[in-house]
Design a binder for this molecule. Structure first.
Ligand code: 5AD
Ligand code: SF4
Length: 442
């Protein structure tokens, strides 16, 4: 019998879906190199943190973790920092946390095996810090997906938009798309393995440009959704500037394309949008919302909002609240502005106190809670198709998700026994701000 691999690693991921998926690729790559994944820091030889630096709080998390486990260095363990904090802080991480030996940004993951060999050979500090200019995507056939039913595929990496507040263009490098053929062949492989839901990922998915010139973004969406075996395709995140009507048309004509669009607005004020360098006006944003609302299918709309951007007046914040009334979002991720290194917004004055940002965020969230309750009410008595995602033993309920990306908890007759990853129909019988409740339809 082959013996178990002796080298072990532990990996903790912070941040967005791109990071979660990068980690799946890193895990696959390490396993291919003969490493075995373990569940605790104590059991691991190699400890990796895949980090996020979108806001200061996220960045601080990794330094807290590193401080917590500092003493384990004495046991000969190797610590590595991956992801956005690695790219942003670079070699400064070695000063702040001297027990770290590996610092690697996302554009350098393809070099990880070589970097680990160097560490194995006794090198105490190794870095992989590609600058913004890399043209390469991290494509690997060794992705270790953690869910057997739905999985991510990266279609575009990096960002060239340079919004005034955002660190991403500095941490994830320049925008680069994969060929639509390679995306489709990954989708087919996943379908062969039994996946039925695919989520296409990118910082700005709809800025996608096929390097081979074969398919536009909306054509790629339709092509992935038509792969035999694939029943649901999602995509995130869309940038309003590049959001074309053809995306709505694709959703209308291809039923397996989920009827949900995440379209971050960031602010409802024309002046703030300009200061944020978002490349669209409030009016242009609302025009895109009108396209989505005019669709034949009922498309759910979610967004991201930043409150307390430097100089945001009370009246400008009120414009964001007014926009929420116009759009009636199905979900909002609200954030307090956090100053980030390298970003142009650092130069802006008129800093808003944290207590005021907290107040604005609370006002926004309370308003959204009411809107969401209303939005969810409209599903009452509707029969929705859900993918079964889990089981809540305490409540004796199943957890389903609708095509619109809403959580629909449901009960089923004892002999029904829904299967995880299966699809079935549920009648919505009650609604709450963050979920629906229902009963399986037999
Ligand atoms: N401060 C607060 N929120 C931010 N985001 C990006 N950068 C910042 C920042 N500096 C938010 C935006 C983006 C989401 C992923 O994170 O709303 O859409
Ligand atoms: Fe950041 Fe703007 Fe790029 Fe989104 S589009 S990743 S907010 S710079």
């Amino acid at each position: 019998m082959p013996s178990e691999p002796s080298k072990t690693f532990y990996l903790e991921t912070f941040g967005c879906q791109m990071n979660v998926h990068d980690s799946e690729k890193v895990i696959g790559t390490l396993k291919q190199q003969g490493y075995r994944q373990v569940e605790t820091v104590e059991a691991a030889d190699l400890i990796l943190y895949n980090t996020c630096s979108i806001r200061d709080k996220a960045e601080q998390k990794v330094f807290h973790r590193l401080a917590d486990y500092k003493k384990l260095r004495a046991q000969g363990k190797t610590f590595g920092v991956l992801g956005c904090v690695a790219q942003q802080e670079g070699e400064k991480i070695f000063e702040r946390a001297p027990h770290v030996s590996l610092v690697c940004g996302s554009a350098s993951y393809r070099n990880l095996p070589a970097m680990l060999i160097q560490i194995g050979a006794g090198k105490s500090r190794v870095t992989g810090l590609d600058d913004r200019e890399t043209d390469e995507c991290f494509e690997t056939e060794f992705t270790a997906r953690s869910n057997p039913h739905r999985g991510y595929i990266t279609i575009i990496e990096g960002c060239d938009k340079f919004c005034a507040y955002c660190v991403v263009p500095f941490t994830r490098g320049k925008e680069r798309s994969r060929t639509s053929d390679s995306v489709l062949s990954e989708a087919r492989q996943m379908a062969d393995l039994g996946y039925t839901e695919i989520q296409l990922l990118g910082q700005n998915v709809n800025s996608y440009k096929d390097p081979a010139g074969k398919r536009s973004f909306s054509e790629l969406l339709a092509a992935v959704a038509e792969v035999p075996g694939i029943r649901r395709v999602r995509f995130t995140t869309s940038h309003p500037r590049d959001f074309g009507r053809d995306i709505v048309e694709a959703i209308d004509s291809v039923p397996s394309l989920c009827n949900h669009v995440h379209l971050p607005v960031q602010s409802g004020s024309r002046r703030v949008l300009e200061a944020m360098q978002r490349l669209y006006t409030r009016e242009q944003y609302l025009e895109r919302i009108a396209w989505i609302k005019a669709a034949k299918r009922d498309i759910s709309i979610t967004t991201d909002v930043i409150v307390g951007f430097p100089g945001e007046t009370e009246a400008e914040f009120a414009e964001t609240l007014a926009l929420m009334d116009v759009v009636e979002y199905d979900g909002i991720f609200g954030f307090k502005y956090s100053p980030r290194p390298n970003t142009p917004a650092l130069q802006l004055e008129d800093i808003i106190p944290d207590s005021e940002k907290t107040r604005r965020l609370a006002v926004l969230q309370e308003k959204q809670r009411q809107i969401q309750k209303r939005r969810n009410d409209r599903h009452l008595n509707e029969i929705c198709e859900v993918m079964v995602e889990g089981r809540n033993e305490t409540r004796k309920q199943w957890v389903g998700r609708t095509s619109q990306n809403k959580v629909l908890n449901f009960s089923a007759a004892q002999d029904a026994n829904p299967e995880l990853g299966g699809y079935l129909f549920v009648r919505a019988t009650a609604s709450f701000p963050n979920s629906l409740l229902g009963e399986m339809v037999v």
